[in-house]
Design a protein around this ligand. Structure first.
Ligand code: SAH
Length: 514
């Protein structure tokens, strides 16, 4: 990129929270960032899009005294820019809507540093869309005003013209207004706004945690307090709110507001997390295992040296494909595979192979399991020499069954280790009883997680406050080893199957019925 003298400082909008609402441009620059300076309001989840080696710094944690850390933010930003780093100053929503983006741009201009501003979906637009409230309406609302509640009267510095706002012929959207809501309502009423004006408050708009209340202007503070909605939140005032349906398209999503724990290794959880978000869920990631390179490559290298002696190469996971092929490619190219036949245990493994331009000769269609593979492969591999590329602690079924009909050599092309971070935020959420469903996508994952359960957590599972969802019968059996109940088993042993099982359970027991 440096060939084109692109700016290296980006004042980027992160959108309101849902990663799907971050612009492609922000995702692009995050993927190249050396330093991400993010606002406290930016959900941590969005930092997943930053380049893995990037330094991620919340501006709240910079030195200096609250409330004004801006000099420190500027210093840090300018210093990194001068060192030639790619700096992303990540701000919630849009950087130029109550985000001080203008001041930061001015600082950069003064310092002679080139920058780019990337707009974002501002909170008002997210609230409107995710609550099904049209901010404008042909029949009665021809204007929208974005207002900051932060400027509300502390007697002297009242910068807002309440008379004008009370008469404003359209929708008022108030940012940062929750703390001073009573004053805001009083001022509008005093200046003649109809107490019957429909209003709403929403917090965490665009996320599964989104909560909101709708009422008339005069009752807004009382209704807010009763519902326990706190700052930060957005206030919407005007006829537009009348169009709000009893529940929006987003609130009708099958997992809206349901808290689901994903226990896969971090680098393999993204697809599931994204699917859960789109379904309206509140996903947390607590990896129970991690994938590492083998401590010793010698057995794999030995097998690669003798690859021509094997008739079949069998993969039992996408990780196995990655591990084996990376090693193979580090020593040459795909031609080393020669005429060897390839089998994959299921569609994900097959997809990993296809990603490397290899079409597996055999993939079981129905059952994605070792048993299915043995059944299917039996006749083909009879009397042949088979190389099995698997994990350090792979299941024994496959090698044992295969050994009955052919000569089989197993090599560990990756290692799985228990890796539960009991200090993590996700584990804390589990302890606090905030998780409703735990998805367990392998028996090793189940064992690693459940081993860490104390009496409190076991009690939660026994009472059904936390539900264990297993990807397969085998994983369910691993759960039962701990004398814990299995709430559901996926019909199809895959990430999609696991999510389907959660949806079915959520539907059977809607939130708030217990
Ligand atoms: N630049 C941001 C606003 C920053 S001011 C934007 O364009 O959205 C911070 C205020 O924005 C909060 O106090 C709250 O009023 C509002 N806000 C931001 N994200 C929100 C969300 N997801 N739901 C509701 N309000 C939100």
């Amino acid at each position: 990129m440096s060939d084109f003298d692109e700016p290296r400082v980006f004042l980027a909008g992160a959108g309101p929270g849902d990663p799907g609402l971050m612009t492609l441009r922000t995702a692009e620059v995050l993927a190249r960032a050396d330093l991400v300076l993010y606002d406290q309001l930016v959900p941590k989840r969005l930092l997943d899009f930053a380049r893995p080696g990037a330094v991620k710094l919340c501006v709240r944690d910079l030195p200096g005294h609250h409330p004004d850390k801006y000099p420190h933010i500027y210093d840090r930003m300018l210093e990194a820019a001068r060192e030639g780093k790619v700096v992303v100053r990540l701000k919630g929503g849009d950087p130029l809507i109550f985000g001080r983006g203008g001041e930061e741009a001015q600082t950069l201009r003064d310092a002679g540093i080139a920058y780019e501003i990337i707009p974002g979906v501002t909170a008002a637009l997210a609230a409107a869309a995710y609550l099904d409230v049209p901010l404008t309406h042909r029949a009665h609302t021809s204007a929208v005003a974005f207002i900051t509640g932060h400027e509300l009267p502390q007697k002297t510095n009242n910068k807002l013209d309440w008379e004008a706002l009370a008469k404003f012929p359209g929708t008022l959207v108030v940012y940062m207004g929750i703390a001073r809501l009573p004053i805001l309502v009083a001022e509008l009423l005093k200046h003649g706004r109809d107490p019957e004006t429909p209003t709403l408050i929403v917090e965490r708009a665009s996320l599964g945690e989104m909560r909101s209340v709708t009422t008339r202007l005069a009752d807004l503070e009382a209704v807010r307090r009763a519902a326990g909605l706190e700052a930060p939140g957005l206030i919407v005032i005007g006829e537009a709110v009348r169009h709000r349906p009893p529940s929006s398209w987003f609130e009708q999503r099958p997992l809206f507001g349901r808290r689901v724990l994903v226990t896969r290794p971090k680098h393999q959880s993204e697809t599931m997390v994204r699917q859960l978000e789109v379904l309206g869920a509140v996903p947390s990631v607590l990896p129970a295992i991690e994938i590492r390179e083998p401590a010793d490559w010698a057995p794999v290298d030995g097998a690669l040296d003798r690859l021509a002696e094997f008739d079949w190469l069998i993969f039992t996971s996408a990780n196995g494909v990655q591990g084996f092929m990376q090693r193979l490619l580090s020593r040459g190219d795909l031609r080393q595979l020669g005429r060897i036949k390839i089998a994959a245990v299921g569609p994900k493994t097959a997809a990993a192979l296809r990603g490397l331009h290899l079409n597996p000769d055999v993939v079981p269609k129905e059952t994605h399991s070792s048993e299915g593979l043995v059944e299917l492969l039996g006749p083909a591999v009879a009397g042949k020499r088979v190389l099995l590329a698997r994990a350090n602690r792979g299941k024994e079924t496959l090698p044992i069954e295969l050994a009955k009909v052919c000569s089989v050599e197993s090599v560990a092309v990756y290692e799985q280790h228990d890796a539960l971070d009991t200090e993590s935020e996700a584990f804390a959420a589990l302890r606090r009883g905030e998780i409703e469903f735990i998805t367990l996508s392998s028996s090793n994952i189940a064992r690693s997680l459940l081993r860490s359960f104390d009496e409190t957590l076991r009690g939660r599972v026994m009472r059904g406050d936390v539900r264990l969802i297993a990807i397969s019968g085998e994983t369910a059996a691993a759960i039962r080893e701990f004398d814990l109940p299995v709430d559901a088993v996926a019909t199809v042993a895959s990430g999609d199957g696991l999510i389907r099982a959660v949806i079915d359970r959520a539907k059977a027991e809607p939130k708030g019925t217990d």
